[in-house]
Design a binder for this molecule. Structure first.
Ligand code: F6P
Length: 345
């Protein structure tokens, strides 16, 4: 009898920990007697007449647990971008003889995965994104690494800010959620954190300025401000974005630096951390979360339980219906932000 086959793909922005998940899923599936097909460049690898695939084995999935990025490559292509894309994916999966497909994705990819499930594709989702904004799970693969990178950057900015008596602003990623900003800001002891969940109106900007002035009066010569790239400034009709492309956020850090410079005498500088947050070696937490998630996905395959999202709930690895990803992004839990806020100023 032919061996059963499953497919695995990574789609959307890459993040640290993807390879650890691919390794865990592939090795567990191989041990359970499956052939594992890696799809190259996400959904794009399943579009068209000829699929772009590799056979994953114990050798090409070894020695990758600590490697950033994804050995399968990724793309932001959705099957729904092209007219008969979903049908092309269904055809490819049939042609390849895949019993099911494991999809590692963020909010956008997982919503598209849900639609493919509703169209009859047997899928299992694994949440991964530095933004940590997927509904249905407490943590996504990649988030803890991004927080560590942002915290390290803030620690470095703290020493140069202190030396020069400056206000230092760090703009971090996270799209429309402030998870990275909140956690990295808390870990650094930042003096103010701006997140998309809290619109910066005039009152809040006044409070920020007052906080800086008060610190100056207390003889503290520098301040650290973290701003999430998706932060909204009231009165602006759009989020700051690069090159006018609404999908590419960026620029709110510079804008805040201009406001502070125009309203105070503080010497103010800003940095945007950018893609450094997404690259490189995953921290230990992301590797073990990815390993747990990969193993769980294969348990679901073995049970024939498709249409599920592998998730972390109450700090335990479990699975929930894929429908849980619906309803927009998962915003920051403001009770966590409030803890960081206690140390502002
Ligand atoms: O979703 C992850 C993320 O890194 C966001 O934090 C950021 O806004 C976006 O991707 C950048 O997208 P791209 O890789 O398409 O430039």
């Amino acid at each position: 009898m032919d061996k059963k086959r499953i497919g695995i793909l990574t789609s959307g922005g890459d993040c640290p920990g993807l390879n650890a998940a691919i390794r865990a899923a592939a090795k567990s599936a191989i041990a359970a007697g499956y052939d594992v097909i890696g799809i190259i460049r996400g959904w794009q690898g399943l579009l068209g007449e000829k699929s772009n695939i590799i056979l994953l084995d114990r050798i090409n999935t070894s020695n990758i647990i600590d490697r950033g990025g994804t050995i399968l490559s990724t793309s932001r292509t959705s099957p729904f971008d092209i007219e008969d894309g979903p049908q092309q994916v269904l055809n490819s999966v049939k042609r390849l003889g895949l019993e099911g497909l494991i999809v590692l994705g963020g909010d956008g990819t997982l919503n598209c995965t849900l639609e493919m499930w509703q169209m009859g594709l047997p899928v299992i989702g694994i949440p991964k994104t530095i933004d940590n904004d997927v509904r249905g799970t407490e943590y996504c693969i990649g988030f803890q690494t991004a927080v560590q990178v942002a915290t390290d950057a803030l620690d470095r900015l703290r020493s140069t800010a202190a030396s020069h008596h400056r206000v230092m602003i760090l703009e971090v990623m996270g799209r429309n959620a402030g998870w990275i900003a909140t956690y990295a800001g808390m870990a650094n002891g930042a003096d103010f954190i701006l997140i998309p969940e809290i619109i910066m109106d005039d009152k809040k900007i006044d409070r920020l300025i007052q906080m800086l002035v008060d610190r100056g009066k207390r003889g503290i010569s520098f301040s650290i401000i973290v701003v999430a790239e998706g932060t909204m400034i009231k009165g602006k009709t759009h989020k700051y974005n690069i090159e006018g492309k609404s999908s590419k956020l960026g620029g709110v850090g510079r804008f805040m630096a201009e406001i502070i410079s125009s309203r105070t005498d503080f010497n103010t500088r800003f940095s945007a951390l950018g893609y450094v947050q997404r690259g490189g070696t995953p921290v230990a937490y992301d590797r073990s979360l990815a390993t747990h998630f990969g193993v769980r996905a294969i348990e679901l395959v073995k049970e024939g339980k498709y249409g599920r999202l592998v998730a972390l709930k109450n700090n335990k690895v479990t699975d929930v219906p894929l429908e849980k990803v619906q309803g927009g992004i998962r915003p920051v839990d403001l009770s966590i932000y409030k803890v960081a806020e206690k140390f502002f100023g």
